[in-house]
Design a protein around this ligand. Structure first.
Ligand code: SF4
Ligand code: SF4
Length: 145
C-alpha cells in the first residue's frame, strides 16, 4: 500500500514548519456523516493516497494533499505579495495555526480508511465498521499470500 505524505508542523512558530498549510487544500463535507452509506464514500476517498479526512467537532472536511506550485524548496511563497486572499487571511487570528487548533480542539485527522473504521468501531461502537475493518484486513492478508 502507498505510504501517505506525513504531516508535520510546529503550530507555535511558522519558521519551524515545512509550510504545511501550503501542502493541501480542503473541501468541506456537507452535513455531518452518520450513516454507513455516507461513510462508504469517505472510505473510498481514503483509499486514495492523496486524501485525508479531517474531523473537527461536527465539521468534516476532505484534505487533498499536494504542494502548492508557489511554495519553494525553502518553504517560502514565491508570489507572496500576489498571494490569494485566502492565504493572506491564514492563519485566522482568533484560531492561530489550523493544525495547532486541531490539537487544541482535539480534532482528528484520518490518514487511512482503516483509521476511520477503527474510530467508528471503537469510539462510536458501529458494528458495521468493525465488520468492514475485519473484511479489509482479511482481504489484505489474502493478497499478500
Ligand atoms: S500557519 Fe501553521 S501550518 Fe502554516 S506555516 Fe505556520 S505553523 Fe505551519
Ligand atoms: S500561494 Fe503562497 S501562501 Fe498561498 S498556498 Fe501557495 S505558497 Fe502558500
Amino acid at each position: 500500500m502507498t505510504k501517505k505524505q506525513e504531516m508535520y508542523f510546529n503550530g507555535d512558530d511558522c519558521r519551524f514548519c515545512n509550510g504545511m498549510c501550503c501542502r493541501y487544500v480542503t473541501i468541506d463535507i456537507e452535513k455531518e456523516p452518520r450513516s454507513e452509506d455516507r461513510f462508504d464514500e469517505i472510505i473510498w476517498w481514503l483509499f486514495n493516497p492523496n486524501i485525508k479526512i479531517l474531523k473537527n467537532g461536527h465539521f468534516w472536511s476532505i484534505l487533498v494533499m499536494g504542494k502548492c506550485d508557489n511554495l519553494n524548496e525553502s518553504n517560502k511563497c514565491t508570489i507572496y505579495e500576489a498571494r490569494p486572499d485566502l492565504c493572506r487571511d491564514y492563519p485566522p487570528e482568533e484560531d492561530g495555526c489550523h493544525f495547532d487548533s486541531i490539537k487544541r480542539l482535539e480534532g482528528k485527522i484520518f490518514n487511512t480508511a482503516e483509521e476511520l473504521l477503527e474510530y467508528l468501531a471503537i469510539e462510536r461502537k458501529k458494528e458495521w465498521a468493525k465488520k468492514r475493518l475485519e473484511n479489509i484486513k482479511f482481504e489484505q492478508t489474502k493478497a499478500k499470500k
